[in-house]
Design a protein around this ligand. Structure first.
Ligand code: GMT
Length: 380
C-alpha cells in the first residue's frame, strides 16, 4: 500500500506512535509518505520512507497562518504525485479536517478519484481540544466524515462516542512499542546508570511534555518522600510549561541536586532503561505511552488510575495505580518496591512480558494493515 501519514512532528506520544507505525509499515514493504510542517523527531531515513514538508506562507495579512489549508493542499499534491491509496492522520485537530479537504480536492476533475482517510484519536484531541466549543462541531464533523476511525484505548473510544455522539464505528487499536529497541541491556544500563547515580543510588524517571495534565509537581512530591527514605535520583526527560515550577519546588524541598533535568531527548530508551521505577501521576492519560515504553525496558510504572491507563498497567502485576493526586500512596508503592529487589525485578519482567504480548509493534502493525484493507474495500 501507499500511505500518507500526518502527525504532530514535535514531542508528544501521538507523533511517536505515528512515526513508529510508519517505520514499521515501511519495513513490511509499504510505501510511506510523511506529510507535516517538520520532520517527525523519531523519523529515520530508511527505504520506503519519504518526507514532504508543508510550507506555510507568512503573508503579513495572516495573523494566523493557515496551516490546515497548506496541509490539505500538500496532502492532495502528494496523493496525486505518488498515487497514494489512503491518508492516515493522527490527532483529529486539524489533521482530519485537512484530510477531508484533500479527499474533496482529489475527487474533482477528469482524473478525480476517492482518496479515503482514516483518523486515529489520541486523547487530548477529544478530551481537551475537541471539547472547546470553538472546535467541537468541526472535530465531530471530521470524525464522522472519516472513512475509518481508531482510538488508542477503549476508554477513549467510549468517551468519544459518549461526548461527541458520533455514529461511526470506532476501532480500538492500542499504541505499541518496538520491543527490539526498548529493552533492558544490562551492560549499557550499568554504564549509563553510573553517570546518573554514581553512589549506587536508586533511580526514578519521569518522561512527558511537562504540561499541567502531567502533574509534574506530584512527581517532585513523590520523589521527595522516596528520597527521605532511600538514597535516590530522579531523572526528568522532556520540557514544557511546568518545568520552572517543578524546579522551584525541588529547590524548596532541598532535593534539587538529586533531580536531573535532561531536557528533550531524541533517543529515550537508553535513559529510560537505567531507571528502577517510572512515575506517571497524570490527571488524565488516554493510554500512557511512556508507561508502556518503561514496561518494555523492565522499569516498573507507578501511575494514576486515569483514563485508559488501567488498560496498559495491571495493578500489582506490571505496575501500581493510585488515585489522581494521591502522592502518599504512590510514594509508598515506590518505597516498598525499592526495598524489595526481588519484587521489583519480577514486576519488571511481567511488564516486559505484557509489552511483548499485547503491545509489541510487530503485532499492532498487522492490526493497522488489516484495518486499512477493510477501509479500502469499503471505499472501493
Ligand atoms: O498527552 C499529551 O500531552 C499529548 C498527546 C499526544 O499527542 O501525544 O498524548 C495523547 O496521546 C498519546 C499517544 O497516543 C497517549 O499515550 C497519551 O495518553 C495521550 N494523552 C492524553 O490523553 C492526556
Amino acid at each position: 500500500m501507499k500511505i500518507g501519514i500526518t502527525c504532530y512532528p514535535t514531542y508528544g506520544g501521538s507523533g511517536v506512535v505515528a512515526t513508529e507505525l510508519g517505520l514499521e509499515l515501511a519495513q513490511r514493504g509499504h510505501e510511506i509518505h510523511f506529510i507535516s510542517y517538520a520532520q517527525p523527531i523519531r523519523l529515520r531515513a530508511e527505504p520506503n520512507i519519504h518526507y514532504h514538508e508543508v510550507e506555510v506562507s507568512r503573508y503579513p495579512l495572516f495573523d494566523y497562518p493557515p496551516y490546515d489549508l497548506a496541509l490539505a493542499t500538500r496532502m492532495a499534491e502528494v496523493a496525486q504525485l505518488y498515487d497514494l491509496d489512503l491518508l492516515h492522520v493522527h490527532y483529529a485537530i486539524p489533521h482530519s479536517v485537512s484530510a477531508l479537504l484533500a479527499r474533496q480536492m482529489m475527487a474533482v476533475g477528469p482524473r478525480g478519484r476517492r482518496l479515503p482517510f482514516v483518523t486515529t484519536l489520541h486523547g487530548t484531541d477529544i478530551t481537551l481540544v475537541g471539547l472547546d466549543r470553538s472546535y467541537l462541531p468541526i472535530t465531530r464533523y471530521s470524525i464522522e466524515q472519516s472513512d475509518g476511525v481508531t482510538a488508542i484505548s477503549n476508554y477513549l473510544r467510549d468517551r468519544t462516542l459518549r461526548v461527541f455522539d458520533v455514529k461511526n464505528h470506532i476501532e480500538v487499536i492500542y499504541n505499541s512499542v518496538n520491543c527490539d529497541v526498548y529493552y533492558r541491556n544490562p551492560a549499557a544500563v550499568s554504564q549509563t546508570r553510573a553517570e546518573y547515580a554514581p553512589k549506587g543510588e536508586r533511580v526514578l524517571v519521569h518522561l512527558s511534555n511537562f504540561r499541567p495534565v502531567k502533574r509534574l509537581t506530584d512527581v517532585i512530591e513523590i520523589f521527595d518522600r522516596v528520597h527521605k527514605q532511600i538514597p535516590s535520583k530522579l531523572i526528568l526527560i522532556g520540557d514544557g510549561p511546568d518545568r520552572s515550577v517543578a524546579e522551584w519546588l525541588a529547590v524548596q524541598k532541598g532535593i534539587h541536586d538529586d533531580v536531573l533535568f535532561l531536557g528533550k531527548q531524541d533517543q529515550i530508551y537508553d535513559k529510560l532503561a537505567v531507571a528502577d521505577i517510572m512515575l506517571m501521576p497524570s490527571e488524565l492519560e488516554s493510554f500512557g505511552l511512556a508507561a508502556l515504553e518503561a514496561m518494555a525496558c523492565e522499569v516498573v510504572p507507578i501511575a494514576t488510575r486515569a483514563g485508559g491507563v488501567p488498560e496498559v498497567i495491571e495493578h500489582g502485576k506490571t505496575g501500581y495505580l493510585a488515585d489522581v493526586g494521591d502522592v502518599e500512596t504512590m510514594a509508598r508503592y515506590a518505597i516498598e518496591l525499592l526495598r524489595n529487589e526481588a519484587q521489583l525485578r519480577e514486576m519488571g519482567r511481567q511488564g516486559r512480558a505484557a509489552a511483548q504480548d499485547r503491545f509489541c509493534s510487530t503485532k499492532i502493525v498487522k492490526q493497522y494493515e488489516d484495518f486499512y484493507r477493510r477501509v479500502l474495500e469499503r471505499s472501493a
